[in-house]
Design a protein around this ligand. Structure first.
Ligand code: B1M
Length: 208
């Protein structure tokens, strides 16, 4: 039976090939993609985060762990994204200007795809002008903004203001580790989600 602790350790150690191998084996055994994600990959990345915070490891190790996690998540994607036939709506998503973190955003995007949304992912380090331009071009009903850094949180407010000024009526959901419901309320975002699964529920409620 695939060992999810070993998978977490493979992420922690940045062992990409091993992470891929265990992920494939777990799926082949019929384990759900969500279980593999939560108990293997995210569990591993949590340890990486704690060690990074305590200065036990540094950016190169974190990057190598993130690479292992990303490629294993890529294997899970088709399972996570078993979509409905008709898109529920178009969801534009990106990470705020100045912030390069994208693993959480990518997970949210994948789960939304899985729930039947047409997802337009505009990437990382995205400023208000690009959010406005891409929201207009895509005709998105929902715009999602992610950030992992406290210092880049004010960028969310700037995007909301720019969208309002440009007459974009799409609803806005925000999220990311330092973001809270209180912050969403403060800047006037329509929704907030703490994790990818909740993001799907909130997105569905916002388009209902
Ligand atoms: Co960075 N980093 N990092 N980092 N990094 C954090 C975020 C940090 C908490 C680490 C720490 O100190 N403990 C800290 C931020 C502190 C703060 O401001 N509060 C930090 C820092 C400081 C930095 C740098 C400034 C370090 C430096 O250079 N001195 C630097 C900034 C670079 C930049 O962006 N300009 C930096 C760099 C990096 C790497 C490049 C090395 C790498 C990113 C690789 C990548 O993403 N491609 C990295 C990583 C990997 C992390 C940690 C270890 C892991 C983040 C992650 O992927 N988590 C992180 C510590 C931690 O979180 N444990 C840390 C797994 C992911 C599944 O969770 O992203 O939270 P998360 O997403 C969740 C939810 O938040 C939510 O759903 C997701 C899935 O459930 N969610 C949404 C996310 N977006 C959402 C949007 C929604 C709804 C929900 O709606 C639209």
């Amino acid at each position: 039976m695939a060992d999810l602790k070993a998978l977490a350790n493979a992420v922690i150690g940045g062992e990409q090939a091993k992470a891929e191998e265990i992920t494939k084996a777990a799926l082949a055994e019929g384990m759900t993609a969500k279980k593999v994600l939560d108990e293997g990959l995210i569990a591993g990345m949590d340890v990486v985060g704690a060690r990074f915070k305590n200065n036990e490891i540094y950016i190169p190790e974190v990057l190598i762990a993130a690479r292992a996690m990303k490629s294993a998540v890529g294997i899970l994607e088709p399972e996570l994204a078993k979509a409905g036939v008709e898109p529920i709506g178009t969801f534009l998503i990106g990470t705020v200007q100045g912030d390069l973190h994208d693993i959480g955003k990518n997970l949210v995007a994948m789960m939304l795809k899985g729930a039947g949304f047409n997802v337009v992912d505009i990437g990382v380090d995205i400023g208000p002008e690009i959010f406005v331009k891409r929201a207009r071009e895509s005709g998105a009903q929902l715009v999602g903004i992610s950030t992992l850094l406290t210092t880049t949180m004010p960028g969310m407010d700037r995007i909301l203001k720019a969208m309002k000024q440009a007459g974009i009526t799409a609803k806005v959901m925000i999220g990311g580790a330092p973001v809270t419901q209180a912050y969403a309320d403060k800047i006037g975002a329509d929704g907030y989600a703490a994790d990818a699964a909740t993001a799907v529920d909130v997105a569905k409620a916002l388009v209902a």
